[in-house]
Design a protein around this ligand. Structure first.
Ligand code: UT7
Length: 328
């Protein structure tokens, strides 16, 4: 074990121009702006046009992150694309992004961990940098979730949006960068959020397509409780491992699943809402893209300053969850 430490050197984000408002959705299903706003905090979400695909946004976000890290694409040794809405089955969206960005010295692949995908990528990249296996990693969370949303199911169609966020990781001085990180999963909760069709178990046929088997299905109410408990518990563990308390945190960036989940987790951690970042009103739930988009918005707006302690935590289908504490 060396004494290398990994931190974020640059961030970026991108999303489609198309906007789907609560009013637009109220014309499609039996819902209202009032219900969506009070139950989720969402007012609008971005929606890709039919000729826009996941890697398009991932490449834009990734290029921005590499530029802001003041690196050349050839400096990237590892490219991880977290996504549950890949461009296609083969090759990985990571490889497609690699070709577009010219990160030709990297190993590229996808991570399928739903909304926790970016934190999964961050944790894996951190480990590989700290052990000296690689020097620089590009971790991207990118989704076109609206492709998998059933616009006749009011329980899910109001939640999800599209976009991508990216971060370049590399070696930093001791005491900075990632102070602690952890990822977990529990496959026994598979059917709380899943998309059963299209793979080898339920193969794509005209019948499965017509039945909407490829759309996301969710038991939102049950997931809500597991999400709050998992994110709060892992955050407490990560704070302890970083030898800090919730009072020390300058900025809390939770996965943007539901404003009520965000507030419940913050409450359990005793983090005041002024320290909590929320963009769910304008983006909805963008799964693996939610944390890196939020992170880059904080960088762009000056909400994160050098030396700040940042706590991030995520939860998603699988179920998967995780988190990280960073000194910016
Ligand atoms: O990012 C991955 C992780 N995702 C999550 O963790 C999501 C967690 N779950 C949630 O965010 C919330 O459970 C939802 C936003 C999905 C749902 O909110 P809820 O307060 O848990 O509502 P509910 O599912 O208990 O439904 C309450 C009522 C039901 O009607 P009845 O049965 O009481 O008559 C639903 O049919 O609200 C109804 N409902 C709606 N009404 C208007 C559900 N969706 C809608 C809707 N518009 N869009």
């Amino acid at each position: 074990m060396t004494n290398l430490h990994a931190g974020i050197l640059g961030t970026g984000h991108s999303y489609p121009e198309g906007i789907l408002t609560n009013e637009d959705l109220a014309k499609l299903v039996d819902t209202s702006d009032e219900w969506i706003t009070t139950r989720t905090g969402i007012k609008q979400r971005r929606k890709a046009a039919s000729d826009e695909y996941t890697s398009l946004f991932a490449v834009r976000a990734g290029r921005q992150a590499i530029e802001r890290a003041r690196l050349d694409p050839s400096d990237i040794d590892l490219l991880l694309c977290a996504t549950v809405s890949p461009d296609q089955i083969l090759p990985s969206t990571g490889c497609i992004i690699q070709a577009e960005l010219g990160t030709n010295n990297a190993a590229a692949m996808d991570i399928v961990a739903a909304c926790s995908g970016f934190i999964y990528g961050l944790t894996l990249a951190d480990s590989m940098i700290r052990t000296g296996q690689i020097r620089h990693a590009l971790v991207i969370g990118a989704e076109v979730l609206t492709q998998y949303v059933d616009y006749t199911d009011r329980k899910t169609c109001v939640l999800f949006g599209d976009g991508a966020g990216a971060a370049v990781l590399g070696p930093v001085d001791a005491g900075r960068g990632i102070l602690s990180s952890k990822i977990r999963s529990d496959g026994r909760y598979e059917e709380q959020l899943y998309s059963p069709g299209g793979g080898t178990r339920r193969r794509p046929t005209p019948e499965t397509l017509a039945a909407g088997d490829h759309f996301f299905k969710m038991k939102g109410n049950e997931l809500f409780k597991v999400a709050v408990r998992s994110m709060a518990d892992i955050s407490k563990e990560l704070l302890e491992r970083a030898r800090i308390t919730a009072d020390d945190i300058d900025l809390f960036i939770p996965h943007q699943a539901n404003q009520r989940i965000t507030e419940a987790v913050a409450d359990r951690l005793h983090v005041p809402l002024e320290k909590v970042y929320s963009n769910i009103a304008v983006h909805g739930n963008t799964s693996s893209a939610s944390i890196p988009i939020a992170l880059d918005e904080c960088v762009e707006s000056g909400r994160i300053k050098a030396g700040d302690l940042v706590l991030m935590t995520s939860f998603g289908g699988g179920v998967t969850w995780g988190g990280a504490v960073l000194r910016w």
